[in-house]
Design a protein around this ligand. Structure first.
Ligand code: ADP
Ligand code: MG
Length: 699
């Protein structure tokens, strides 16, 4: 029988109430779920201190001794219990504010205890508030000695006394209750041997109760490997399935639109990288398979043009194409620049926005259905809208590195045959993350900027340089350039941020009465935003005060200065994106990072990287290292097929590559996991997919 799938209710110390709570709060329902709730840290509890060794900066201490006396003070809710605790030489106080009755019941004077907790100093005397207390006699066998695991819990759990310590006990009981033979291995034995990984039962035992650091490390490696291995198995299996079953549209020839555009309309020579990427795309769309390609190219590398030319390939072969942008500003800008570039060519391009009137929308829908329209540009509304295409052959997703499985599945609903997909991003995705998020995507890189571009010069100024900065801005504007001033806008303190922005706008008005100033932020009506952007793009205003709504894609080549206010509040990739708004013309451009005087150490590092390099890939790697993948643009994790519980993409890149290789080798030998030795893999993968919802089934 498979013990791991048993309900946790029956584990000693759980019961129906706690089982319900664990299910609700952490999604823990089976023994397997429980044992895969891994500790987030470990504290060394092999060491005992003497009380006289305590210093106030110790995060935790562990001492052995006896309680001399109890003392209860206060009334009702304000009651507190203190115990004078001694190790025979000196004494400290143990303090409780909650659960007094339980403590009074449990603890006795005279018994030897092991006490663990964070010491603090009060009135010249050390105390520990809500310490962990265990009888010394049973301490060694209770699983508490050695490296103590710490588990994430929630507020609700803590209120029900289900804290980290209680979880540890439950996990201890669960492990005790399992006969070794009832514990199914979740990795093929030959893989375990090949990579010298411990078996599952040992690994789980040691992840939760490590006898020493070395064994713990081996156990963690094994659990991480397993996690990454299954993700790769999932991705690679779906790719291979798609390659075998999904046909793609064939764009067999290059025709009138592409050729005419290339020969007569192109305002400049394509860069070598652009040409190479176009050839890669051309090979994909001619292959009979569906293209799933990620196009990475640093800001300003000319991705839009590649997108346009790929769309012309679709149109030449009688298909429609769509282009999706993350914001309305950007969609509008794409629409305008593509319309301008193709003016007279005869391709029919339309823009669909959230604010498009119902009447216009109806006409648009009709023209899409009957095939009159060739190219549709819009925001995500494109795939959410009731839009039906006559024959959508290609979809381009611009500046969106979280275009995951879910959205792709939604696209497929628009057609019987899935359209070719080209995802473009300027935020280079570090290799490890790309492998996990987009394991099934081919990757193209534009690694060359159009000629004549000068790298942006980046400087870090403190507030005291503002006068000098104003002088510099005036000089640039006098020379005919334009300037962005960007303010942070983050959800939690939107009101305050908006005030900052408006004050900043007022400050610019006061400082530069001779210039015209635009302002754009997320709370504005789309039409107003568009108008402000257009005025700036047309050169009618010299200064653009904005939030990060202008972060991606906006292209005003004449703008040469990007000032980022409160730069400490931006992430690295955001800073890099913002900087990419300048340096798009032939003039030397500048990026000024303004910060307060006090900087946290990783803020310092972010600023240093920005002033040191313009290389998007280097910045993306640094970002991954500094922030960890879970945090990449907030929800990068949500693009993963399964949640990572123990592996860390920032740190486990090497392991990810090994796991990927192992999954590849295994699938080459057994693509559908039909061999008896792989039955367990197939079953587990099925279970995981069901839990995560099987989007691939929608095709
Ligand atoms: P991104 O890759 O950031 O989306 P864009 O596509 O917006 O970059 O291109 C940035 C600018 O470079 C645009 O003004 C575009 O017209 C110009 N551009 C693109 N390709 C070339 C080229 N081969 N030579 C010169 N300028 C180019
Ligand atoms: Mg772009």
């Amino acid at each position: 029988m498979d013990y791991s799938q048993q309900d946790i209710t029956y584990i000693p110390g759980v019961g129906p109430k706690r089982a319900a709570l664990l299910g609700q709060e952490l999604g823990i329902r089976t023994v397997d779920d429980l044992l895969r709730h891994f500790p987030y840290k470990y504290v060394d509890r092999s060491r005992f201190y003497y009380l006289h060794e305590i210093t106030p900066d110790m995060p935790h201490i562990q001492v052995r001794g006896r309680i001399l006396r109890f003392n209860k003070q206060g009334e009702g809710r304000n009651q507190r219990l203190t115990a004078t605790f001694t190790d025979g030489h000196s004494s400290i106080e143990l303090v409780w504010f909650k659960g007094l009755r339980y403590i009074e019941d449990k603890l006795r004077t005279g018994t030897e205890y092991v006490v663990f907790g964070k010491p603090s100093r009060f009135n010249g005397y050390y105390n520990i508030v809500h310490p962990e207390v265990e009888e010394a006699a049973t301490f060694a066998s209770s699983g508490s000695a050695g490296l103590q695991p710490f588990y994430n819990t929630t507020e609700k759990m803590k209120n029900a006394y289900l804290n980290s310590k209680a979880l540890q006990k439950i996990i201890f009981n669960a492990l005790q209750a399992v006969p070794r033979s009832d514990w199914p291995e979740t990795l093929p034995t030959d893989l375990l041997a090949q990579y010298a990984l411990p078996g599952l039962k040992d690994a789980l035992q040691h992840v939760h109760f490590p006898p020493n650091a070395q064994v713990l490390n081996a156990a963690r490696q094994r659990m991480k490997f397993e996690e990454l291995f299954y993700i790769q198995l999932d991705i690679l299996q779906q790719t291979s399935w798609r390659n075998r079953h999904v046909r793609g549209f064939v764009f067999a020839h290059i025709g009138h639109y592409f050729n005419t555009f290339y020969k007569e309309y192109l305002p400049f020579e394509l860069t070598g990288a652009q040409k190479r990427v176009l050839r890669e795309i051309r090979a994909d769309v001619d292959s009979g398979r569906q293209m799933n390609r990620l196009l990475q190219g640093d800001v300003g590398s000319g991705k839009t043009l590649v997108a346009l030319m790929a769309m012309l390939m679709a149109v030449d072969n009688g298909y429609q194409a769509a282009m999706m942008a993350p914001t309305e500003i950007l969609a509008t800008q794409h629409y305008e620049s593509l319309s301008r570039m193709t003016d007279g060519l005869g391709v029919r391009i339309a823009l669909l926005k959230g604010s498009t009137r119902p009447k216009e929308r109806e006409v648009l829908h009709e023209q899409l259905r009957n095939g009159e329209l060739h190219i549709l540009i819009g925001t995500h509304a494109l795939i959410e809208d009731t839009v039906q295409f006559h024959n959508l052959g290609l979809i381009i997703v611009d500046e969106q590195h979280r275009f995951g499985v879910e959205q792709r599945a939604r696209l497929w609903k628009k057609n019987d045959t899935p359209p070719h997909v080209l995802v473009m991003t300027a935020t280079p995705i570090p290799r490890t993350l790309a492998m996990t998020l987009y394991g099934d995507l081919s990757v193209s890189v534009i690694d060359e900027l159009p000629p004549g571009r000068k790298p942006v010069h980046t400087y870090h100024y403190f507030e005291n340089k503002r006068q000098a900065l104003n002088g510099f801005l005036a000089k640039q504007i006098e020379a005919g350039r334009q300037v962005y001033i960007v303010y942070p806008l983050i959800q939690e303190s939107e009101k305050m941020d908006l005030r900052n922005l408006e004050e900043g706008y007022q400050y610019m008005l006061d400082t530069f009465p001779q210039y015209k100033i635009s302002m754009v932020h997320g709370k504005m009506k789309p039409a107003e935003k568009d108008l402000q952007m257009q005025r700036f793009a047309a050169g009618e205003t010299q200064i653009m005060v904005a939030t990060t709504v202008i972060e991606v894609g906006v292209n005003v080549p004449n703008a040469s200065v990007m000032v980022i206010e409160n730069a400490e509040r931006f992430g690295l990739s955001q800073l890099h994106q913002l900087r990419g708004r300048v340096g798009r013309g032939a003039e030397q451009s500048y990026c000024i990072l303004l910060t307060g005087y006090k900087l946290a150490s990783d803020t310092r590092r972010r600023i240093d990287i920005m002033t040191r390099t313009n290389d998007g890939f280097e910045i993306a790697e640094a970002d991954l290292r500094l922030r960890g993948p879970g945090d990449l643009d907030g929800t990068a994790q949500s693009g993963l097929p399964f949640e990572l519980k123990i592996a860390d993409l920032a740190q486990d890149g090497r392991l990810l590559e090994i796991a990927r290789q192992a999954a590849m080798t295994l699938l080459e030998a057994d693509p559908t996991l039909q061999q008896p030795a792989h039955a367990m893999l197939a079953a587990r993968l099925r279970k995981m997919r069901n839990k995560a919802f099987n989007w691939s089934a929608i095709s």
